[in-house]
Design a binder for this molecule. Structure first.
Ligand SMILES: Nc1nc2c(ncn2[C@@H]2O[C@H](COP(=O)(O)OP(=O)(O)OP(=O)(O)O)[C@@H](O)[C@H]2O)c(=O)[nH]1
Ligand SMILES: [Mg+2]
Length: 453
């Protein structure tokens, strides 16, 4: 794939085909085609004229070279430009067997005038973007919608895919144009000082109000980004504290190896939970101790890294042993809950006001911990569904725009330079929707899609 610029391009010369539905075998498999040969290819396989646009019809599909029957399928002819990609498209709703789909794709890519080639990951969406059917923020929203694992993530992604961020960016850019026009007008009236001053002041007032709006969106950015990636919880503590046992209990499956030997876990292991609609990632880590071999040392280094970047650290140590202190930087840097494990081995008294108490063996306290985690995740992520900023890329662009507005609003300075700063702020916002300067991010964004999207 080439690195195209963000501006809409002319129609693509070639036609792409891919399985767009999920893993096979399945009840139905949807193969999509996009490009100038979509119609001829559909006609060639069905051996007849194209069906009426946007109407599902049943057709016997045959290999155009050999005439052998591939499948009897529901087919759709979707002439552009009013399609997902903006190009001519066709869909084959096949019986979802591996050999059926393989035979259909082989026939579509076999050669002749109606030939298609297999699509690369994200190529349908890339064409939608290049043909101006979607902007970059909507493309990212679509990627998030496909990846959404919980209800709150779905709501957030659907809003962005539907253009919530794009619409706000358009509104903000319109206000920047207004502010700039007022300041440029003040230059035209430079011989009438009071008119010029009034126009400049009005322009700066528009810019100041806009800056407040951008700052409000940035204040919610943390929630928006966290909801996208999930609330990060790290299980930490000394070896044998029962971290992996708790991870397995939370996941309700045997994700991590548990043994009575200290130093069992080395790599960071993750499970994704849906707690009350909010995404929570639990990370099991190596037990912290000194004087161990190279592999375990590396595990401990990774454990500490994970703990430092977590939203919440659960510091586990066994109820029947001494209370151990977490490393000072962990305790200072992250929110940390102390948890006494293996409460079945200790009498009463393991719990305290500052310490939760649980046993994976008896189940005591585990439900309470899950409820507390769900509440903490909700507290941290609530409202993230409505946050406009969901990625570091958006945040950087908005921060850039605020920086430009700061310069424009600084006291003194020439109106010409203020107008230039407003233009720069508009450019920063344009990057979010991919209207300019997107070459460097396109490859990364589209490659996150699966083939057929
Ligand atoms: N009695 C009792 N034993 C437990 C409980 N939870 C874990 N254990 C035991 O404690 C031992 C260590 O458990 P792990 O879950 O492997 O501990 P860990 O913290 O992951 O240990 P490392 O990976 O070595 O750091 C195993 O023998 C578990 O069966 C519990 O609630 N009660
Ligand atoms: Mg372990």
């Amino acid at each position: 794939m080439t690195e195209d610029s963000g501006a809409p391009h002319g129609p693509a010369a070639d036609t792409i085909a891919a399985l767009s539905s999920g893993a096979l075998p399945a009840g139905v498999a949807v193969v999509r085609l996009s490009g100038p040969a979509a119609g001829p290819a559909l006609a060639a396989l069905s051996g007849r004229d194209l069906p009426p646009p946007r109407r599902a019809v049943v057709r016997a599909l045959r290999h155009p070279g050999t005439g052998r029957l591939i499948d009897r399928a529901l087919v759709l002819w979707l002439p552009g430009p009013g399609t997902a990609t903006g190009e001519d498209m066709a869909e084959l709703h096949l019986h979802g067997g591996r050999a059926v789909v393989a035979a259909a794709l082989a026939a579509l890519t076999a050669g002749g005038p109606a030939v298609a080639r297999l699509a690369e990951p994200g190529e349908f969406t890339r064409r939608a973007f290049l043909n101006g059917r979607m902007d970059l923020a909507a493309v990212e929203g679509l990627a998030d919608l496909l990846a959404a694992e919980t209800e709150a993530q779905r709501v957030q992604a659907l809003a962005q895919a539907g253009g919530a961020l794009s619409a706000r960016i358009a509104g903000w850019r319109a206000r920047l144009i207004e502010a700039r026009a007022l300041i440029e007008a003040s230059l035209d009236f430079s011989d009438e000082a009071d008119v010029a001053e009034a126009a400049e002041a009005e322009g700066l007032a528009v810019a100041a109000a806009l800056k407040a709006d951008l700052e409000a969106a940035l204040a919610e950015a943390g929630r928006g980004e966290r909801l996208r990636t999930g609330f990060q919880v790290a299980l930490m503590g000394p070896p044998n504290a029962g971290k992996s046992s708790l991870m397995n209990a939370l996941a309700a499956r045997e994700v991590a190896i548990v043994t009575a030997e200290a130093g069992t876990t080395r790599d960071v292991l993750e499970v994704h939970l849906d707690l009350g609609g909010y995404p929570v990632t639990i990370a099991d880590t190596a037990g912290l101790r000194d004087g161990v071999g190279l592999a375990e040392q590396e595990g401990i280094r990774r454990a500490l890294d994970r703990g430092r970047s977590a939203d919440l650290v659960l510091w586990l140590d066994p109820a029947d042993g001494p209370v151990l202190e977490p490393p000072a930087d962990l305790a200072a840097g992250s929110v940390l809950w102390r948890v006494a494990t293996k409460s079945d081995l200790a009498g009463d008294g393991a719990a305290g006001p500052a310490r939760r108490c649980l046993s994976v063996r008896t189940g005591q306290g585990v439900g309470d911990l899950v409820a507390a985690l769900a509440a903490a995740a909700a507290e941290s992520l609530k409202g993230g569904e409505d946050a406009l900023v969901t990625r570091a890329r958006h945040r950087a662009a908005l921060e850039d725009a605020v920086g430009c507005l700061d310069r424009a609003l600084a006291p003194g300075g020439l109106p010409e330079l203020k107008a230039e700063d407003l233009r720069r702020a508009a450019d920063a916002l344009a990057r979010v929707v991919g209207a300019i300067g997107v070459e460097t991010v396109l490859g990364a964004i589209f490659s996150s899609f699966c083939i057929g999207k």
